[in-house]
Design a binder for this molecule. Sequence first.
Ligand code: ADP
Ligand code: AMP
Length: 218
Amino acid sequence: MRAVLVGPPGAGKGTQAQILATELSIPKVSTGDIFRANVSGGTELGKKAKEYMDRGDLVPDEVTNAMVKDRLAQDDAAEGFLLDGFPRNVPQAETLKTMLADLDSKLDVVLELRVDEEEVVNRLSGRRSCPECGRVYHVEYDAPQTAGRCDDDNAELYQREDDREETIRHRLKVYRDQTAPLVEFYENEGLLATIAATGPVGEVSERAMAAIREKASS
Ligand code: ADP
Ligand code: AMP
């Protein structure tokens, strides 16, 4: 299974990617997580990405595409993967298509998570993330068992720097201008499945699994 999740920031891509990747026994590849790990590790890649991430802009395509190419060349991605946060614009989607064609491969499904903008702002302002495993929580909608601590590894949860209201609004504009055109792109490729990403996390996962299975078998 080679799948992509598309949706605005806060749609629940990271939350669902974790659940769906486990269910489908494929690795989750989150470009945002890889960038954040590089920023906190102080690598050259992290230094290149940080200023864009802090503003809520996209990191330049040549940096992002090279990083994804390296990641998808690793052994664990040979039989499948679930991409979260990539592609983020049409040129990245074209690059991914070429990258996979070079490996005699192609995508099976692109799942669009649909949610309206006000809901997204509420979700992102209460988001908390685990620095160790990347698991995502919400202070109200998906709270950890012990406040401020990850259920899986007890690490102290943190709030992302780009989850400030002003940056959230800018990221939504970037989504509308640059990422939303992917919906039509993948519709034309015959790969798109769309679900409502509202309601309890478990119900969204069930909807997502059904949509992925149906599209991938069609
Ligand atoms: P994305 O990766 O698309 O930016 P996340 O998965 O990080 O989104 O989710 C953003 C926030 O919304 C997190 O705080 C998460 O706990 C919360 N969230 C995710 N799914 C739901 C849902 N179905 N209902 C309410 N809150 C949700
Ligand atoms: P995310 O965790 O998906 O919300 O991504 C956080 C930030 O990482 C984004 O606002 C971008 O600055 C950067 N980023 C993640 N994925 C990409 C991508 N595919 N292309 C460009 N920038 C990206």
